[in-house]
Design a protein around this ligand. Structure first.
Ligand SMILES: Nc1ncnc2c1ncn2[C@@H]1O[C@H](COP(=O)(O)OP(=O)(O)OP(=O)(O)O)[C@@H](O)[C@H]1O
Length: 249
């Protein structure tokens, strides 16, 4: 199978890494996902949509931590959250579940032991998220962006086959953001399927494929170039607006 970036493989014939069918989720008495259908393949997929559109809820459903009202979510050929996939999916949330009173390295070593990932994994993931210099620092004294990257490092432990990353670049400077996007592509080229949410549309162009959501439904699924072409738009932001108008003339 070719992984060349210039000639992407035909994702339509590839077995999906995750498949969401007719997903309905209600939270706080509101319908947050309203019968969402989506297929997730390999490469770096961006999950984009306005604040409150249901991105985090969909990610929670993919990792099996969301109660769903109806529909199905299959991950790596198994129901989301089932024992068969538990160690094979990494999830970095917006509020990283790290211990504030431990150092960066102690946090990672603890979770590496829990996951039986091996001590060498700690150095590897610290390198990926560019935190090796902070390894001896107590988490409570890190900046918000650094803390978020500890959460990202935790999600990478054990080389999961599916990485679900909820707004991993929020609060980071442009240089670090660019570096992390390069890392996401390296992880994808090494075989992981990477799903990255963002409500910053300029990050869309960095993705191999995009899932655009709005009000709990999938508005579009395609490559950035394909979506721009389909709508005649110059940017993904304009394409998103055009797609919404096409849906609601
Ligand atoms: N714990 C909760 N209880 C009730 N409703 C919730 C809860 N968390 C989120 N919601 C609602 O679900 C909807 C979707 O939220 P979700 O976090 O999935 O959106 P999002 O697209 O990830 O937003 P953002 O980009 O701001 O993170 C929102 O309208 C929100 O009010």
């Amino acid at each position: 199978m070719s992984t060349s970036r210039s000639q992407p493989p035909d994702r339509s014939v590839e077995a999906p890494v995750a498949e969401v069918t007719g997903l309905v989720v209600r939270r706080g008495g509101r319908t947050v996902l309203a019968g969402l259908d989506a297929r997730l393949g390999h490469g770096v997929t961006g999950l984009l949509g306005p604040s409150g559109s249901g991105k985090t809820t969909l990610m929670r459903a993919l990792v099996g931590s969301q109660v769903v009202s109806s529909g199905s979510v299959s991950v790596l050929g198994h129901p989301a959250g089932s024992p068969a996939v538990r160690g094979r999916v990494g999830y970095a949330t917006q509020a990283a579940g790290v211990y504030d009173d431990l150092t960066v390295a102690q946090n990672l070593a603890f979770f590496a032991r829990v996951l039986r990932a091996g001590a060498a994994e700690v150095d590897r993931v610290l390198e990926v998220v560019d935190l090796h210099e902070q390894r001896g620092q107590v988490v409570a004294r890190l900046s918000g962006g650094q803390r978020g990257r500890v959460g990202l490092a935790l999600a990478l432990l054990g080389r999961p086959e599916l990485l679900v990353l909820d707004e991993p670049t929020v609060g980071l400077d442009p240089v670090l953001r660019a570096r992390l996007w390069t890392r996401f592509h390296e992880l994808a080229e090494a075989g992981a399927a990477v799903l990255v949410s963002s409500h910053v549309m300029d990050e869309a162009e960095r993705c191999d494929r995009l899932l655009l959501v709005r009000e709990g439904r999938l508005v579009a699924d395609g490559t950035p170039a394909g979506l721009r072409e389909r709508t005649g738009a110059g940017t993904i932001e304009e394409a998103f607006v055009a797609l919404v108008h096409q849906e609601q003339p």
